[in-house]
Design a protein around this ligand. Sequence first.
Ligand SMILES: Nc1ncnc2c1ncn2[C@@H]1O[C@H](COP(=O)(O)OP(=O)(O)OP(=O)(O)O)[C@@H](O)[C@H]1O
Length: 312
Amino acid sequence: MIEVKNLSKQFGRQTAVKELSFRVDSGRVCALVGTSGCGKSTTLRMLNRLIEPSSGEIFIQGQKVTTIPAEQLRRRIGYAIQGVGLFPHQTIARNIATVPRLLGWSKADIDARVSELLSLFRLDPATFAGKYPHQLSGGEQQRVGVARALAARPELLLMDEPFGALDPLTREHLQDELLHIQQLLGITIIMVTHDLEEAIKMADVIAVMDKGEILQIDSPQALLRHPRPGFVQSLVGGRDRSLRLLATQTLADIMAPLTGSAGTALPAATSLKDAMAELLWQGEERLTVVDEAGQPVGEVTLSQLLKQGAGA
Ligand SMILES: Nc1ncnc2c1ncn2[C@@H]1O[C@H](COP(=O)(O)OP(=O)(O)OP(=O)(O)O)[C@@H](O)[C@H]1O
């Protein structure tokens, strides 16, 4: 669990972050969203002490961050940023091994960890370990950046626009991958993003920031259904709101028992938004939900989806 109390940062006379307080429970994903310059990155960088706060306190599992030695902090908090920041003259394996090496892990442990992480991110170790960053695509480099941040098995992962510069398809793919890995490892993530859709998809809680302050912190559903008037409402509102609401749930959340065999079959993890799009495209009113083995486990109708997307 990470807790922030009255955190502020002044740059000269400018207040970048103002009296921020929030808490993220272990194993949860929190997204910081807001317009450019609202203090998201500064907040994130104070959490791992890349920036020293002007005032306020940060606790990790109840322990004050300022009392944790730098080396331990590096192990406990992973950090991945947009544009990756890989070392260009080091191989992928060496890049991933950066923190374990600093921590003095044995070569055997490091090699095993590098292979494990590359495989986790579906990069064949035999092919990728010896390559250099410029020999990889943008998406592959981003994967390596996140793998590197996870190398020393941190309990908290900080991500600053990690998928920012990617095309929408690769981005979506990496989001799915990261969610899968997050669930597998049970790690806590705090991520900064400009992209509300990304926050809705990835996060358990979203903190909306403006001018250095958190205006609202809530689950994606609560934020969409009950945004505070003003900035938050203008950020999450608009015509897309019902589609965004549909994106917060999956077929598994609303499926009913099977009554017959319907045309389209979709996995239980499909978002209601994607399911709606598929039904509209197929011109159908009902779909079959299947499990990972492709076995039918339930069904969902168009009218159920319409109800879930309604504001009332
Ligand atoms: N090192 C610094 N020195 C002076 N001012 C800074 C420094 N870092 C950030 N700021 C200022 O603090 C404010 C918050 O910046 P920050 O990078 O946290 O915003 P952000 O919400 O992450 O923005 P973006 O989404 O554009 O990255 C901005 O006005 C910025 O100009």
